[in-house]
Design a protein around this ligand. Structure first.
Ligand SMILES: *Cc1c(COP(=O)(O)O)cnc(C)c1O
Length: 402
């Protein structure tokens, strides 16, 4: 699953080309860099790979979400709907632009449940963020139909699903924009890094300017040019070394996915022997990036019992129902409203004294449908390189669990 499994001569060559120029910055220094613009080239090739017009590189997948939301005009007073099974970054970015995250259920795709999404739309809803968790797509046809009916833009959090597609169309290209992460454990990695893709040139220009302090990129979209600024921004610029590694990793992405598909199928055959096991709904198996194998046991007790035996035999699966990084009822800081801000923001609004009025409150029991699904779920990450010995070990563990 992580792209570092296949680091090699290609990444080294790309990095060496950058170091030879001495220019680590993505903009300017035209004489020194001798035509080498790795981040810009990475953006162009990533956009082409995804079948969209524009891509904006940034420092992380979390920054990608924030820059996208900012460019979409989302801010205080707005609500953004996302799912209760995702990485904390999705809702951190929503809070960071001043908006309020609203959590909806997941269904058997382990992604946003369209019915619950529609039920949670209010007059304040300004964006919808379906997350393509663990390499497999959300129900984009239904989600886009609902979003269009209500006139609400869709941002796809595609951090875990580069290369994933539905009927040949890449995830991240269904909504207004899509974000990606290249952090150390993602399908392709640049150590830290992120990308936003879109067909909307105005949105792209706003993202490009926002991630560069608001500096004018108008006469030169995607790059610097003018002297002024039309809005305040921040610094989320990717550096050339990340762009260089990204180019090498992107060239390997389809090979990574092909290897994962083979390994996932091998793991699926082994896991199929468990009595009562069923598998996650993958809308288009031909477009699966196959980073994870997700399977269900008939109930929570059997999932825990099976996993105990798997773990005792050296092949424990991830039990996301107890996972504090990815699952709503386990986000203790969100539920408690913990923040460094003395005012209590973003959970409280200050009205007079330090002890302000509670602005948002998150009830751990708010997503019962998700709980009924997550409680039965076990997950194996799928490696790019799966040795015979490791597969044999998992096979023995599954036999013991049967
Ligand atoms: C990894 C991840 C992110 C954040 O990406 P970083 O590059 O680590 O900041 C956002 N959303 C999801 C679903 C992720 O898995």
């Amino acid at each position: 699953m992580p792209g570092f499994e296949v680091f090699g001569a290609e990444e080294k060559k790309e990095i060496a080309e950058v170091l030879d120029t001495g220019v680590l910055f993505r903009y300017e220094f035209p004489n020194e860099r001798r035509g080498i613009y790795k981040v810009r080239q990475f953006e162009e090739e990533f956009a082409r790979y995804c079948g969209v017009k524009h891509a904006q590189a940034v420092t992380s997948g979390t920054a990608a979400l924030k820059v996208a939301l900012a460019a979409m005009g989302v801010g205080p007073g707005d609500e953004v709907i996302t799912q209760g099974f995702t990485f904390v970054a999705t809702w951190e970015a929503i809070f960071d632009v001043g908006a309020v995250p609203v959590f909806a259920e997941v269904d058997d795709t382990l992604n946003l449940d369209p019915t619950d999404l529609e039920a949670k739309i209010t007059p304040q809803t300004r964006a919808i963020i379906p997350v393509h968790m663990m390499g497999a797509p959300a129900r984009m046809a239904e989600i886009m139909a609902i979003a269009d009916r209500h006139g609400i833009p869709v941002l796809e959090d595609t951090a875990q699903a580069p290369g994933t597609a539905i009927d040949g169309k890449k995830c991240g290209s269904f909504g207004l924009c899509g974000t990606f992460s290249f952090d150390p454990v993602k399908t392709m990695t640049t150590g830290e890094g992120g990308m936003i893709i879109t067909d909307d040139q105005d949105l792209w220009r706003r993202m490009s300017e926002y991630q560069d302090h608001g500096h004018d990129h108008v006469p030169n979209p995607g790059a610097r040019g003018g002297e002024g600024r039309s809005f305040i921004g921040f610094n989320y610029r990717m550096m050339e070394l990340q762009g260089a590694i990204g180019l090498a990793q992107l060239a390997k992405l389809d090979h990574i996915i092909a290897a994962q598909r083979r390994n996932k199928e091998a793991l699926r055959q082994v896991v199929s022997r468990l009595p009562g096991v069923t598998f996650r709904t993958v809308l288009d198996p031909a477009g699966d990036n196959a980073s994870f194998l997700a399977f269900f046991l008939p109930d929570a007790a059997s999932a825990l019992k099976v996993n105990e035996t798997l773990a005792a035999n050296g092949a424990g699966a991830v039990y996301f129902a107890n996972n504090t990084w990815h699952y709503y009822p386990k986000w203790e800081h969100l539920l408690a409203g913990s923040t460094l801000a003395k005012s209590g923001w973003p959970f409280k609004v200050k009205e007079g004294g330090a002890d302000g009025r509670r602005r948002v409150h998150y009830d751990p029991r708010a997503l019962p449908k998700s709980a009924a699904i997550m409680d039965r779920l076990l997950v194996y990450p799928v490696p790019i390189k799966l040795s015979e010995e490791r597969l044999e070990q998992i096979e023995q563990a599954v036999k013991a669990a049967c």
